[in-house]
Design a protein around this ligand. Sequence first.
Ligand code: ADP
Ligand code: MG
Length: 601
Amino acid sequence: MTKFEELGLDQSLLDGIKDLGFESPSEVQEKAIPILLEDDTDLVALAQTGTGKTAAFGFPLIQKIDSASRTTQGLILSPTRELCLQITNELKLYSKYEKGVNVVAIYGGASISDQARQIQRGAQIVVATPGRMKDMINRRMVDISKIDYCVLDEADEMLNMGFFEDIKDILSNTPDEKSTWLFSATMPREVSTIAKKFMYNPKEITVGAKNSGASTVQHEYYMVSGRDRYPALKRLADTNPGIFSVVFCRTKRDTQRVAEMLIEDGYNAGALHGDLSQNQRDMVMNSFRKKQIQMLVATDVAARGIDVDDVTHVINYQLPDEVETYTHRSGRTGRAGKSGISMVLVTKSEFRKIRAIENKINQKFLTKKIPTGMEICEIQLYHLANKIKETEINEDVENYLPAINEVLADVDREELIKKIVSVEFSRFYNYYKKAKDLNSPGERGDRDDRRDRTNSREIPANGSVRYFINIGEKDDYDWMSLKDFLKDTLDLGRDAIFKVDVKESFSFFNTDASHTEKILATFQDFKVDGRFVNVEISKNPGGGGRGRRSGGGGGYRGGRDRDRGGRRREGGNSSYGGSRRSSGGSGGSDRGRSRRRNGFS
Ligand code: ADP
Ligand code: MG
């Protein structure tokens, strides 16, 4: 096996590497480092996510710059702020024993003048996002006209994010004689365009197969109906008690919503998307790194560059439009030589995307089934038993043992175990005892029947019913509290009520048709604080806001507010999140609210 000592690196770097605990170079490091140290050449390096690309360009860059000079000599462009910071931190660690090396990160969302000041103090290496870089060039806050090295890191992601023009602009401000090093996980057409246009006779190294996802990742799909995505997600989490995952949604709104529901349901979850402030995003990422958050629900853009090792599962709550995006998602797990699982919740109509992804990543998906409620209970039970077995005894309980022994004197061992286990287990059992099968019969969905699911209940053939209820925001309800109210009043179980849409003076919600009778009966003559609460089947099963125009319908008690509300909501926005409980910060809610208000005023 090659050693770092054989690659031509200076002793100061080797000392730094020792502190980092890297024992031997990864393949891309082994291939790239000697080339970059020996020649001043352009280089295209293709290697999957998690293969150690940062050090592959970082070590040579630090060795080659002149740390005695304060001129900016190296520019690293990277797609996101998180990545910028990560690279900057890594480079600082690498150069721990190399005196005078200054690395500065510049990225949007933070004070530009602070960043300009740091650069003025003399930064040999600047790590930047393309947007902020362009901005600072235009304002003459940074001079990259004398750089010797330009690194395009995660080039495919940068281009995916639409930075092509910015990169072109930035490169036009750099000298022709510099060397350009391009690092990328994949080689889509735009990346080769960049390589052709801006690089001179680049050397090329490839690690692993081109365009393939990390092979340590197992890909699985679960066929569900669109409506069951959320309960299915919960089951996947409940089946994997130690899960440490990134859950991908397509929109910021879904991201926020799924995170909120998970939090409401007692999971350690958090949201990461562009509507959060930098500060909130930092807080969420910190909690995630510390594993206080087990399920990080994220948009694709916000999750770019999440470099957290040990992610056990990537969950595609919804599939992305681009196959390419899928490889970026699944690359968040299986990092640093560990194995990972990428799970996809897929509906029948989306199924063809699975085939397209298989072709792209050159790997087959496993067909999996959403576990039944009873399977989950079983898993949780064993998990609990193991947890009890492995729990370290807190010696301080000693003092209380005589009293406790007295309380439990008449309980024998077997009974005691049953009781201890029941304390936690009942929570799952009560939730899942009547849970239905969530697997949607699809092209291949039925092929592997792991076990006969005797506990499954089918969705009623006549599907779901949408209801109108004459309470809303002005009664201080938001979707969560309304759902709680309905749940408590109707005693139907949490998942029985869905698509809760709270408007100003009224709301909508859905249940399976099987509950309709009970619901209408319950609200037959129902008063809260002396006021009638009225529920009717909505004439608008789709559930948008459009259905209730001011003139129509009639006959709702509390109709005084109806007209105003109806008109205001005419835009058809199913306005969700009237008052959002935000995960990892509270700013998201205000934003959502004010935007919505503006939209209707
Ligand atoms: P990439 O940019 O290819 O996705 P990174 O450079 O972010 O990968 O490295 C992924 C992880 O592997 C990081 O945690 C990094 O510290 C670690 N790593 C990199 N090189 C080595 C090595 N030679 N030995 C052990 N760990 C390494
Ligand atoms: Mg990287």
